[in-house]
Each structure stands twice: as structure tokens, then as C-alpha cells.
Design a protein. Structure first.
Length: 134
């Protein structure tokens, strides 16, 4: 196996921009890898916050959803292309991101964040814009 296949750019901890999300052509998300250090910390913290009896064995679907919400909220750092109904850009804030991630009516957004974080994991490298420091 080539050594380069084992390498992941350490700057991914800062997040990388992902676009070309299916069905969301105008949206870009800046996320960290879904299996990165930030994601692992968020998952561990969310698991620790569950009552002990619910941490043992298989998580309920509700608990698994809550743990994933914490992970996704922590790996999402920015977005471009999300607008209100009048076409005005909605600026990224952690609270707005959490609001969208927890609202069942915005499951498409949640899936996009999950997919983008998985893309960063699988690609293991920065895009040109992020690498340039933008």
C-alpha cells in the first residue's frame, strides 16, 4: 500500500469546504471529518450526558439521534448559500446550525451536513480554497 493512502492532512481539523451536495447545488458547507477529533469528543460528551442505564447496550433511536446531533453541530463550522424565503443570506451561527439540525422538518440539511463530513473523512485532504487559508 502506498504511504500516501494512509495520509490525512492535519489541517482538516480546521474544516474543509464541501459543495456539490445532491439536490443542494447552491449550498456549501465547511465541516470537519465525521470521524475526526472534534467529532469523537462531541460523541463522547453526548454519550457521557446520557443516564448510565441508557449508555449500556444499544442506544434507542432517540438517544442515537441526540448523540449524532451533538457530533454534527460540532463539526459544522460555516455555510454559504442558505437564504431566507426573501432571498437574504442567513449567516452561520452555532445556534442557527443547532436549530436546523434539531428540527425534523430540516432533515435534508442534517443529511447534507452528515454527507459533507463523510466526504471530508473519505477525501482526507483539503480543497484548494481551504488550503490557501480562505
Amino acid at each position: 500500500m502506498k504511504l500516501s493512502k494512509l495520509k490525512r492532512d492535519h489541517r482538516l481539523a480546521l474544516g474543509a469546504w464541501v459543495d456539490d451536495l445532491p439536490g443542494l447545488p447552491d449550498m456549501r458547507l465547511k465541516v470537519e471529518a465525521i470521524d475526526g477529533f472534534t467529532a469523537q469528543k462531541a460523541q463522547a460528551r453526548a454519550m457521557r450526558d446520557l443516564p448510565l442505564g441508557r449508555r449500556v447496550g444499544t442506544l434507542t433511536p432517540e438517544d442515537a439521534h441526540a448523540v449524532e446531533t451533538e457530533l454534527l453541530a460540532e463539526v459544522l463550522h460555516d455555510w454559504v448559500g442558505i437564504e431566507d424565503d426573501d432571498g437574504a443570506p442567513i449567516p452561520f451561527t452555532a445556534s442557527k446550525a443547532r436549530e436546523l439540525l434539531t428540527d425534523p422538518d430540516f432533515e435534508i440539511f442534517r443529511s447534507a451536513v452528515r454527507m459533507a463530513a463523510t466526504v471530508v473523512k473519505e477525501n482526507g485532504r483539503l480543497d484548494a480554497e481551504t488550503a490557501a487559508g480562505n
